[in-house]
Design a protein around this ligand. Structure first.
Ligand code: ATP
Ligand code: MG
Length: 309
């Protein structure tokens, strides 16, 4: 491991939810944490470095074509999911990245098991897939508003122990994916209630931001404590050795972006994708083709029938 890679690993360590630990969000993680990075300016430099690193690794991931990376992004409204995606993924080749946003499920989606629609959007080998909201909504919004289960057409009797079962099923699903080359990075953007309030106010005050505001967001804010509980349980139950959660301090947007970028970079470093090298035989074949190409006379202008003499 190079010293830069070590620095990234050390930087993200405080955000990692130790598998098996019991998390109480309000007690264990500070939304306004900024560690040793004192200024936004210094942060900007780090983000630029991180973006460069991501671009390089993504290109190798694509070339090696054995692993995909799934980035799961969860947050409350105004948590900064969109901005994080925009900033962190600038610089990477758009061909290698796909963002999927998950909204209220359609009736077709509700006709399937709850993991179906997420499975359809998984990244292929060589790709980075970003889930803007994800299968975790199934144990978050659906847990906070249990009446949503009524629309899910579950078989009779399956409501008993449903949440416990879902955490287990999600863990198992992710384990299967990981074992088959799809590495999963889970980021929870941890926003304080006060910062959410001021972001909502900004969305109301600035005309360019009005479109981002919806009355539904305010209704969900009333369920703040229920969400904090649902997030805490989710983090405790689904941070696993193969797909740990990272709680990203999100009150400062610039800090959240650096932290999210670092966690994604760390995942790519762990995969350590390499450009495929060709064997001796293939190299010899290339040299032969090269000799052939060199032997061919350069196509001069005079030989071109379309150019008038
Ligand atoms: P933004 O508001 O920044 O555009 P968003 O992700 O909040 O992005 P919205 O269209 O506002 O997008 O909201 C999507 C809504 O869909 C959220 O309220 C979320 O809780 C809800 N949702 C997502 N998945 C599910 C699900 N499986 N069941 C029910 N509701 C869901
Ligand atoms: Mg919204």
């Amino acid at each position: 491991m190079t010293s830069r890679e070590q620095r990234i690993a050390d930087f993200i360590e405080p955000f990692r939810v130790e598998p098996g630990s019991k998390v109480t969000l309000a007690k264990d993680f500070e939304p306004d944490f900024k560690g040793t990075i004192r200024s936004k300016k210094r942060g900007r430099k780090l983000l630029d470095q991180g973006i460069e690193l991501l671009a390089e690794y993504q290109s190798r991931l694509y070339a090696q074509h054995t692993h995909g990376v799934l980035v799961v992004l969860q947050a409350l409204d105004a948590g900064g999911k969109d901005g994080t995606i925009r900033h962190v993924m600038t610089g990477v080749n758009p061909q290698g990245v796909a963002v999927s946003s998950f909204k209220v499920p359609s009736s077709e989606e509700l006709d399937h098991d709850y993991l179906w629609r997420y499975g359809l959007r998984l990244p292929a080998r060589g790709q980075i897939g970003i889930f803007n909201r994800s299968h975790y909504e199934e144990v978050l919004v659906v847990r906070v508003h249990e009446e949503l289960l009524d629309r899910q057409k579950l078989p009779p009797g399956s409501r008993r122990g449903l949440w416990k079962r879902r955490y287990r099923e999600i863990n198992e699903w992710e384990q299967t994916l990981t074992g088959n080359g799809i590495k999963i990075v889970k980021l929870f953007l941890n926003l304080s209630k006060e910062e959410q309030r001021s972001r909502f106010l900004r969305r109301i005050d600035l005309p360019d931001k009005n479109w981002k505001f919806s009355a539904a967001d305010i209704r969900e804010r009333d369920y703040w404590d229920d969400y904090q509980r649902a997030f805490s349980t989710m983090l405790s139950r689904t941070s696993t050795a193969w797909a740990p959660w990272y709680v990203i301090p999100a009150d400062r947007k610039w800090y959240a972006r650096i932290a999210a970028g670092a966690v994604i970079a760390n995942t790519l470093i762990e995969i350590d994708p390499r450009y495929p090298t060709v064997g001796k035989k293939a190299r010899e074949a290339l040299q032969e083709i090269r000799r052939d190409l060199e032997a061919q006379a350069p196509a001069g202008a005079a030989a071109d029938p379309f150019i008038e003499k």
